[in-house]
Design a protein around this ligand. Structure first.
Ligand code: HEC
Ligand code: HEC
Ligand code: HEC
Ligand code: HEC
Ligand code: HEC
Length: 216
């Protein structure tokens, strides 16, 4: 049979077929990388707030406990954002004429809440609950990072499903003694896995990976 195409065409065809696989693979890799990047997850990005409230000042310097402001974090699904009255407990006395705090005083006078811009926000189809994590020994800083070092809050973790599941599959990698949950300086010990396994037993921590745990 006579050859219609020259031999080299074969090589060319093979090259372009394999080539396209690499190109498609490359494009997929880029899409996945972008999806996990801070650009999409908004991790590491601070928001401009109506008042430049600083956790660094209020937590690390002044020493106010998380629960003074996030009052429901141990008992409810949401941690809660403090009402203006909480700020005024101190700021009716301290820095009471500072222009930076004018929006706080205005909110107090007019009884209109300060409109804080949310930093963490899961999609509605994913259910999250603070109280269970706090009672089972997951520290604030494990998920939120060292908030006490943040002049403005940014999102420390991706909050993507993969991130939740990494811990739900092996909670012993992350859990700490309950009394350390609010400690921003806590460092996991060298034998974390041994400690973790003990805590998993003591606190009866389950590995919750079924879809209905978070999608209900
Ligand atoms: C004096 C009050 C106060 C204290 C104490 C405080 N916070 Fe906050 N926190 C706020 C306010 C107000 C906001 C909303 C403005 C912002 O995002 O910065 C906030 C926001 C946050 C957010 C981001 C919320 C969002 O929009 O997603 C996290 C996370 C957080 N706080 C964690 C902590 C942790 C952890 C501690 C203890 C180490 C703590 N906070 C102590 C007042 C406080
Ligand atoms: C337990 C008392 C206390 C509470 C509650 C409190 N503050 Fe403060 N705040 C202070 C003190 C003290 C300073 C002065 C810090 C300094 O000079 O280093 C301050 C400073 C500030 C400043 C000045 C800017 C800076 O350097 O941080 C802002 C803005 C501010 N607070 C906002 C708020 C808001 C908003 C709330 C309520 C969510 C709040 N504070 C609740 C004690 C408090
Ligand atoms: C297991 C991870 C995890 C731990 C531990 C955790 N958080 Fe959160 N936090 C989240 C997630 C996820 C959101 C976003 C929730 C949403 O959008 O529904 C959030 C949101 C918040 C918010 C915004 C208001 C709200 O309730 O949605 C505050 C404030 C907050 N966390 C404070 C804290 C404090 C204080 C602690 C420690 C006592 C803590 N968190 C421990 C994951 C965690
Ligand atoms: C660092 C560890 C860790 C991370 C990260 C984490 N979790 Fe959990 N989660 C736990 C532990 C521990 C429990 C308690 C399991 C048990 O009941 O024994 C739990 C329990 C839960 C529960 C069960 C609550 C209930 O009322 O039944 C839900 C829902 C949940 N997590 C959602 C999430 C979501 C959504 C994320 C990600 C945004 C997340 N978790 C991230 C450790 C983690
Ligand atoms: C520990 C909590 C948790 C469990 C268990 C879980 N998911 Fe998710 N899932 C999430 C969170 C949080 C998101 C939102 C992620 C985001 O915003 O990027 C999500 C997102 C999704 C999405 C949207 C696409 C995506 O990846 O963002 C799908 C589909 C999904 N989950 C399916 C499932 C299925 C099927 C299962 C069971 C095999 C499951 N999930 C178990 C927490 C969970």
């Amino acid at each position: 049979m006579s050859q219609i195409f020259h031999r080299s065409t074969n090589t060319f065809a093979k090259l372009s077929i394999y080539g396209s696989i690499f190109i498609i693979g490359g494009i997929l890799a880029v899409i996945i990388a972008v999806n996990r990047s801070g650009y999409v997850t908004q991790a590491g990005v601070t928001r401009e707030q109506p008042v430049p409230f600083s956790h660094q000042h209020h937590v690390a310097a002044i020493g106010v406990d998380c629960r003074y402001c996030h009052t429901t974090v141990e008992t409810a699904a949401v941690a809660g954002i403090p009402p203006t009255k909480t700020c005024m407990n101190c700021h009716s006395q301290i820095w009471s004429t500072s222009p930076m705090l004018e929006p706080v005083r205005d909110s107090y006078r007019t009884d209109k809440s300060i409109r804080w811009i949310r930093v963490h926000d899961l999609p509605d189809f994913a259910y999250f609950n603070h109280s269970i994590h706090v009672t089972k020994g997951v520290g604030c800083s494990t998920c939120h990072g060292q908030v006490d070092r943040m002049p403005l809050v940014w999102q420390h973790s991706s909050l993507q499903m993969e991130w939740c599941l990494d811990c739900h599959r092996k909670p012993e990698k992350y859990v700490r003694p309950r009394e350390q949950v609010f400690n921003m300086e806590y460092e996991p010990p060298a034998d974390q896995i041994a400690l973790g396994k003990q805590l998993v037993k003591d606190y009866k921590i389950q590995s919750l990976t079924s879809c209905s745990t978070c999608h209900r």
